[in-house]
Ligand binder design. Sequence first.
Ligand code: IVH
Length: 714
Amino acid sequence: MKSVNKLTSAEAEKELDRLAKEIARHDRAYHGEDAPDISDADYDALRRRNADIEERFPLLVRADSPSHRVGAKASAKFAKIMHRKPMLSLDNAFSDEDVAEFLGRVRRFLGLKEEDEVAVTAEPKIDGLSASLRYENGVLVQGATRGDGQEGEDIAANLRTISDIPLRLKGKPPAVLEVRGEVYMTHKAFAALNKRQEKDGKPTYANPRNSAAGSVRQLDPSITASRALNFFAYAWGDISELPAKTHNGMLEKFESYGLPVNQLTQRCESLEQILKFYRGIESRRAKLGYDIDGVVYKVDRLDLQERLGFVSRSPRWATAHKFLAELAETVLEDIEIQVGRTGKLAPVARLKPVTVGGVVVSNASLHNEDEIVRKDVRIGDSVVIQRAGDVIPQILRVIPEKRPKSAKPYKFPDTCPICGSHAVREVDEKTGKVDVDRRCTGGLICDAQTVERLKYFVARDGFDIEGLGGTMIELFHDKGLLKEPADIFALTDKPEKVSKVLAEHRVALSEARRAAEGKDPVKKAGKEIDREDKVVENLMAAIEKRRTIGLDRLINALGIRHVGETTARLLARRYLTLDSVLKGMTADDALEELQHIEGIGGVVAEAIHDFFDEPHNVKALGRLLDWLTVTDMAAPAQSSPVSGKTVVFTGTLEKMTRQEAKARAESLGAKVSGAVSAKTDIVVAGPGAGSKLKEAQKHGVEVMDEDAWLKLIS
Ligand code: IVH
């Protein structure tokens, strides 16, 4: 197959035509409940190629392009499994200093001294996909992907085909044991698989991780069985009793149960030992035979892990020390400014395509204006780029010796390239610091911001409207059909108009193409409209389907600055219903309330507050809500004796630091406040408590000492 970069426009058009037909055929086979005659991975590869060609030839995107439809996604066919304990991700460390800072944070949180030892277990970070295996009385009863961390997919049938995964544990495992670990493919197996794919005329995989993921998410377990996959166990979820007191001890137990554990794992007692281990692994990396992308450090003592707890989605007791990325050299052909949803002017480097670590890279991030100045990046420069895992490639530095004489310093625009408004760098009122990003001040009049907000609204983590992709949003916006989220639902009232716009767009595209090829125009709008009918019908149905939406998704889709999926979920969990969100956000103490939600910091709280403080946003939200039924968030399953209570800590705490006390209380659903009022439920008073204790007595608030508090929450 010719690489996308080498295709001529005519070849691209032909191939897009072929791909549209072929993918549609597979979709029909799939939805028609016939046995699909193609593996998920091969199907994904077809869609990926289609998307790659479209990205290079945007003018050739067909109205019936498969990218306008979410097709036969394999995930739709796996049953969902709610994780009893969430599957977490890890915080990253990129330098020795970051690792030292991690240990410092742990010590501070636990109130330990500089010289106190914090032992960690260090283990390679396997580059595969994580899975959760549930054993009941030693028998494998369930297997799931990570999914979004809360809910994964039932892939038990596939996991059972992996010979590393025991179907029955040895020894005396806990009655309930959820083992978490990584499914991966060795370099050898990966090479053999790609060779086989090539021989069969099937698309090859980009790297071992993709091939492991593609292999595990097959609807037909016999395909998974034909792929050589491996597994390492490194953590656990639900567990009936802990058979050890340290992480290292747990891994030893795992091993005794017959679970594969990485043999390079080592207990380290100091920063020096940790860094020595890291360098050792790094130097052996190429010879391991499987991909790793760093080293994970976990506080070894489980009682300390318990005390440290979590921030948002990552544990405070672990961090991933990442390896440096792979490098390549290429030429910077242009710098393009993209305007984002929040008005940020993002410089994007257009590169002469180059392969880095098996992936073709043609764009890289240039971050911001200062970065371009600092690195003195100029159009025409030869540059070194780096790519690390899933992260967007970066420009590391320029190669001054190769600079063309004509290359001039890059001048960052001070107006928005889309709406022409001034683009400014805000100054933080509190710190006096100038923001690194230049932002378009056009706000609601800036078309780029409007379009990006709408794209974000319909994206996967938001309303996830099938078939309504970026190109269509742009088109509908250009034609005056879309300006705000409510307009998307209003489309269902005007299918004829939608159909006409799509048909005209198609005709215009093909005319432009014919003109480019020097051919005469052909008018056949009538036929095109017929063709569009099916697309429009599907689109209307897809929009209609999303008129019922979960509270967390709705909040995420609003595109509030600094609010992503995680924060949206935190908000939804805190308020549970749309009504209470709206009430809470418009109350006088909204900002204070927000700041009390664990995982939401000051900047984020302010952004949320600002959003609801802006009458235009509230009105637009109102118009949107006219179309929607918003489903409540399920209340947290576990309740604690302090959930919903407001607690104040005062005086000296002897068994934990203030930070730990606050985090513990909040993780149990309590609100921790700094001041005592009639609304306070409990005051935990240590030695030296003064005015707050008096205040509590005045209001008749329950007062207890630290021991009583610990007993209450244990
Ligand atoms: S521990 C609560 N250990 O890295 C801790 N994760 O970036 C949960 N991973 O989702 C993870 N090797 O898929 C842990 N030795 C290791 C790992 C590892 C690979 C993956 C895992 C996780 C991701 C986080």
